[in-house]
Design a binder for this molecule. Structure first.
Ligand SMILES: [Zn+2]
Length: 470
């Protein structure tokens, strides 16, 4: 059956006329900590993601998709709210949950009459952080971990290293997909919005057989077994190459293990005869660092390995097949895109824009992508515009920019803001900061004014921002 967008309000009339028409449903899969450059369809040399590659061939792949943040909580909050991190405020993993007053993507679908289900395995998706808003059913699919968090406040849990350590252990994909599959079998005959969060690509790296051996050197005899990535001091920037290779091979095995669970969900759509009526989006929340710039993990920098994420959307009958969008796209654009493809009216509370026109070759690319790191002792913001990227560290006062055309790996920071791409990037940063302020004031979201240091403020003015201001 061809899929067309029909405003929900028209459906009863169509049904009354005997026209067979189904509202498109949505399956949104977030694979935690999946850096874009480790998917085969994004050019990786290993065949890590055959299912997602095939999905991209049937839909649209966004080649420059940028997260709002380099870690789980704020990135998913931006995914669900279509608001920049500084506006939704769910940025540091303490007691500041996503405010009730913010209308989420799931709430939009729920209000439109969809059944809404969310199934997750990472602790920062916990409803205590406000991300369960709008889901009829929202389930933590790691029962032991869920039980251990129930007795603690978010503040206590977030400050407990043992809890963090526990949350990274084990294999969780089957539990998530089993629960999501059962829900889909029960609710799939009515329009649905189903969110599936796969946590296994996130460290630790212990993919089950045969995925553990898929990319490893069979003769490897070192200490790396994929466990304790974050806490094992031997995993550092000076580790031997063979050990680092083993670590990355296990990460890639986890990615393929996640891809196999994407396949389980897609196969179920086929089995239930829902594939033609379901928009499928596969994405991530952030990447991670394997000493690309000297460090490991994420939630510490805004380099590409931490914020460049995949996005693939298949929307039968609506979006073309096999298209690659090279323009910039952002985490906050995902919600508006899914809403438009589902025929839901746009929300003026969302900052993002629908990427559907861009996918159809009709233009409409966002001009800049803002990412923020506002957790722990960090206060960093980056803005990508055109081929440039500017990173402003509010704590150190350091502001640098990169020419990504010539320096894709961000090895050569430029410090002269008056040269090259500097002025354009400063204007882009200022525009993003102004958007944060306007959106916060318009909808009375709590937000703290962002104070530019005098030197940066002066540089922005010198760049000509504001149409001739000094
Ligand atoms: Zn994450």
């Amino acid at each position: 059956m061809m899929l067309r967008t029909v405003p929900m309000i028209l459906l009863p009339a169509l049904v009354a006329c005997g026209v067979e028409q189904r509202q498109p449903s949505v399956l949104l899969i977030s694979i935690d900590m999946l850096r874009a450059d480790h998917l085969s369809c994004y050019g990786y040399e290993r065949n890590t993601t055959p299912t997602i590659d095939a999905l991209a061939a049937e839909g649209v792949r966004f080649a420059r998709h940028i997260s709002s943040a380099p870690w789980t909580l704020p990135a998913h909050a931006a995914m669900f709210s279509s608001l920049p991190d500084s506006v939704h405020g769910c940025v540091d993993g303490t007691d500041n949950a996503l405010p009730e007053g913010i209308v989420t993507l799931a709430e939009r679908f729920q209000t439109a009459g969809y059944g809404t289900g969310g199934f997750f395995a990472g602790p920062y998706l916990h409803p205590a952080f406000g991300l369960g808003q709008g889901f009829d059913e929202y389930r933590f699919c790691v029962p032991d971990l869920a039980a251990s968090m129930d007795g603690q406040s978010v503040g206590e849990w977030a400050g407990d290293p043992a809890a963090h350590r526990r949350s990274h252990h084990g294999v969780t994909n089957p539990g998530v997909v089993d629960a999501a599959s059962a829900w889909l079998q029960e609710h799939g005959q009515e329009p649905f919005f189903l969110f599936v969060h796969l946590w296994d690509a996130h460290f630790d790296f212990v993919p089950p057989n045969p995925f553990d051996a898929r990319f490893s050197d069979p003769g490897y005899e070192g200490f790396v077994d994929g466990r304790e990535f974050f806490f094992d001091q031997r995993i550092n920037r000076t580790m031997e190459k063979k050990d680092l290779h083993q670590l990355v091979a296990l990460y890639d095995g986890e990615i393929m293990w996640c891809d196999a669970h994407v396949k389980r969900m897609l196969d179920l759509l086929d089995d239930l005869d829902l594939a033609d009526d379901t928009i499928v989006a596969v994405t991530s929340d952030h990447g991670t660092e394997f000493f690309d710039h000297g460090g490991k993990g994420h939630r510490r920098t805004l380099y590409g390995e931490a914020i460049d994420i995949p996005l693939v959307i298949r929307a039968p009958g609506q979006l073309p097949a096999g298209v690659v969008v090279e323009d910039l796209s952002r985490m906050v654009d995902l919600g508006p895109t899914l809403m438009e493809l589902s025929g839901l009216p746009p929300s003026n509370r969302f900052v993002g824009v629908s990427l559907a026109p861009l996918a159809k070759g009709e233009g409409g690319a966002p001009r800049a992508a803002l990412s923020e790191l506002l957790a722990d002792q960090n206060r960093m913001r980056s803005v990508i515009s055109g081929s440039g990227k500017l990173v402003w560290n509010e704590v150190t006062g350091d502001t640098v920019w990169f020419d990504l055309d010539r320096d894709q790996e961000e090895r050569n920071p430029q410090r002269d803001l008056s040269q090259g791409l500097g002025p354009e990037l400063l204007r882009a940063l200022q525009a993003e900061l102004r958007t944060i302020q306007l959106v916060s004031e318009q909808h009375q979201y709590p937000h703290q004014p962002i104070e530019l240091p005098p030197a940066l403020d002066q540089a922005i003015r010198a760049s000509g921002y504001g149409g001739g201001e000094k």
